[in-house]
Design a protein around this ligand. Structure first.
Ligand SMILES: C=CC1=C(C)c2cc3[nH]c(cc4nc(cc5[nH]c(cc1n2)c(C)c5CCC(=O)O)C(CCC(=O)O)=C4C)c(C)c3C=C
Ligand SMILES: [Fe+2]
Ligand SMILES: [Fe+2]
Length: 345
């Protein structure tokens, strides 16, 4: 980034320009694990028409009258179980990913992170990057599988922020990377290392993705297909590299159902129970669709999932960590980000 003072009239404001930035974006999380903070976060998240595809006139009374009076208390209890010294795991890990990427890309680039809902907001970070002189910004939604409720809403938000700027930076957005060889290789390496460290040999490796209303698949959202393709490529890679034994089964499921509508199936909780009931004693779960561990992996899978599996008769249960800011995941992110910055750096 350059501090351009050359040949400006004395009374001309100084402007920073010429910089290039990368903005990592994840979903968002409450500021604190209490009902008030969770309520504020859920109110923003669940008011997004990309997330709840019901007309606001019908949805807002349900949201304000029922959901925001019941769910925050329950969700806050889940967040409290996984909250770390530095705060929400999702925010902490995303900050660590930005730091690690900054080190890998070198000092010539500005690397920051934002949350689609909550803090730090996309608006605050984009404005800060522009003020720091970034004229070109790569926005990188940390979602391997494209989904309107996640990827598209980040791009929508960026558009809303740009709409308020007189002097806009040029923007690129990182594409989904569900079938990128760098992503499959990172998962293979990371999952392989974690499986080797287990004290038991699983009979089943369950790949659990965040769910979506089934209707979105019928409306043309590629999310389900992206998840299925990731699962297929990952299983092929794990088998091809001898990471998993030939007799292990690899299953795919969808977690975190929200509301009464039909969601993608099979559901993770039902799969865990069904596996235990058919006699599976040892299971490992990976969540390849989450770039960072969060309440959905650390509480819903690691705590609730374990209870569901063992209550139904299972013995050994392990949830593997997400790629987070570890070397395989950061290697992948650096590869993809450098590719998307082509021509800019
Ligand atoms: C990884 C992709 C994700 C998709 C697709 C997704 C869709 C989706 N989610 C909800 C509702 C909730 N999700 C919640 C948490 C949450 N969701 C994702 C990711 C995806 N969501 C993450 C990374 C997180 C964790 C956030 C954290 O702070 O750790 C929650 C909040 C928690 C709770 O109350 O259970 C809700 C609610 C919908 C409705 C949806 C698609 C329509
Ligand atoms: Fe979600
Ligand atoms: Fe959940």
């Amino acid at each position: 980034m350059t501090w351009q003072k050359q040949r400006l009239p004395e009374d001309h404001p100084s402007v920073r320009s010429g910089g290039i930035g990368v903005l990592l974006v994840n979903l968002g999380t409450p500021d604190e694990p209490d009902a008030k903070s969770v309520r504020r976060y859920l109110a923003e998240f669940l008011s997004d028409g990309r997330v709840i595809e019901i007309p606001p006139i019908a949805w807002q009374p349900i949201l304000r009258g029922i959901i925001l009076n019941t769910r925050p208390k329950k969700s806050a209890r889940a967040y409290a179980k996984v909250w770390g010294e530095r705060g929400s795991p999702l925010a902490t890990i995303t900050a660590d990913q930005a730091e690690a990427l900054r080190e890998r890309l070198g000092t010539g680039l500005t690397v920051d992170y934002a949350m689609r809902y909550g803090n730090p907001s996309i608006e605050s970070r984009l404005v800060a990057m522009k003020e720091a002189g970034c004229e070109r910004i790569l926005v990188a939604p940390l979602y391997p599988q494209y989904c309107a409720a996640t990827t598209a809403t980040v791009v929508d938000k960026v558009g809303q922020v740009l709409a308020k700027m007189r002097w806009q930076p040029s923007i690129r957005t990182m594409p989904p990377y569900h079938d990128d060889p760098a992503y499959i290789a990172a998962l293979t390496q990371d999952i392989g290392a974690q499986l080797q460290g287990l004290s038991f040999a699983p009979e089943v490796l369950l790949l659990s993705f965040h769910g979506m209303p089934k209707r979105t698949l019928e409306l043309g959202d590629p999310y389900h297909c992206h998840c299925r393709k990731t699962a297929r490529l990952l299983e092929d890679s794990l088998r091809g590299k001898g990471v998993i034994a030939p007799d292990w089964r690899v299953q795919t499921s969808f977690q975190s159902r929200f509301g009464p509508a039909k969601w993608l199936e099979p559901a993770t909780d039902a799969t865990l129970e069904a596996e235990a009931e058919r006699g599976t004693k040892r299971i490992a779960i990976a969540a390849p669709g989450f770039a960072a561990d969060c309440v959905e992996t650390l509480e819903e899978l690691a705590i609730e999932g374990k209870r569901q599996f063992t209550d139904a008769g299972g013995d050994n249960f392990a949830v593997l960590s997400c790629l987070n800011a570890g070397a395989p995941g950061m290697e992948m992110l650096e590869t993809i980000v450098r590719r998307e910055l082509f021509g800019w750096i």
